[in-house]
Design a protein around this ligand. Structure first.
Ligand SMILES: Nc1ncnc2c1ncn2[C@@H]1O[C@H](COP(=O)(O)OP(=O)(O)OP(=O)(O)O)[C@@H](O)[C@H]1O
Ligand SMILES: [Mg+2]
Length: 265
């Protein structure tokens, strides 16, 4: 059974059709890339799946459950986590604190109990801190646990964000441009981390403009243009597909990195 199925998803913003009739599915353990020129509708797919806003039409199934229109925290509780195109860290908190905050809503202890019972609070804090440290080690930031997030270089911020997403112990991870703005060394490190996450049992849906990364990492690629799927296949099939090449020609070719971009919701 697929871990994620999207059937005939559409989403409009006023008169703009950002997504039209998009269907695809994702098998457990797979790495699927979602690519397409700027404004193609990629982030909109993520926003519909994670409940930032509901699709205007269509159906989203996660495992055996329909998750259309569920609020983001409920989607997250079901085991679906994401990172954002523009990083969203608590910049003034340390790396360890960022991870502890991320895990808190997923800890078993209810808030009222932690407020009333100091011993339980400290026990919970110790547990969260230990788990946070474990995740920091996983993403290669173990030695920087006490530093403020705002002092990290961009590559490390993106790794911390990946750690925050993993802190909720998801079965499906949505990554929106995890290597944007990174240098080649940082990108390689990110690729290694995404593979490692997958090996630990996480399924990955990935948006990325860096074609080298996409071609090397994903098993399957889905191409969007103006809100519609124009191709789906293996990296080899996609790189030889005339429709895909044409869609990218006006955008600096398939090796081209994006320029500018816009804020997301
Ligand atoms: N909240 C919103 N309100 C209005 N229009 C939106 C909103 N979100 C996205 N859009 C529009 O929908 C279209 C698809 O946007 P989306 O962000 O999904 O593209 P994208 O493929 O992620 O692009 P990029 O590669 O630049 O990140 C664009 O035309 C965008 O301007
Ligand atoms: Mg986007």
């Amino acid at each position: 059974m697929p871990i994620l199925e999207c059937h005939n998803l559409s989403r409009s913003f006023g008169g703009l059709r950002a997504l039209s009739d998009l269907s695809f599915s994702l098998e457990e353990g797979e790495i699927l890339a979602l690519i397409g020129p700027n404004g193609a509708g990629k982030t909109t797919v993520f926003n519909c799946i994670t409940g930032v806003y509901p699709p205007s039409a269509g159906l989203i199934r996660f495992g055996s459950q329909v998750i259309n229109g569920l609020p983001t925290h409920e989607v997250a509780r079901k085991g679906l986590a994401r990172t954002f195109q523009i990083t969203r860290l608590f910049r003034r908190l340390t790396l360890l604190e960022n991870l502890m905050v991320a895990q808190y809503p997923f800890s078993e202890l209810p808030l009222w109990q932690t407020l009333l019972d100091f011993r339980k609070t400290t026990a919970l804090e110790r547990k969260l801190a230990a788990q946070a440290q474990e995740i920091l080690e996983f993403v290669g930031l173990g030695k920087r646990a006490g530093e403020k997030a705002e002092n990290l270089p961009l590559g490390d911020q993106k790794r911390l964000e990946l750690g925050i997403a993993l802190a909720t112990r998801p079965s499906l991870l949505l990554l929106d441009e995890p290597a944007a703005g990174m240098n080649p060394t940082e990108t390689e490190e990110m690729v290694r981390l995404i593979r490692k996450a997958r090996e630990s049992g996480v399924t990955v849906l990935l948006i990325e403009h860096d074609m080298k990364l996409v071609m090397g990492l994903s098993e399957r690629i889905l191409v969007l243009n103006q809100g519609r799927k124009i191709a789906e296949g293996t990296p080899r099939e996609i790189s030889n597909n005339p429709l895909v090449i044409e869609a990218y020609l006006g955008h600096g070719g398939m090796g081209g990195k994006k320029e500018g971009g816009h804020a997301e919701t």
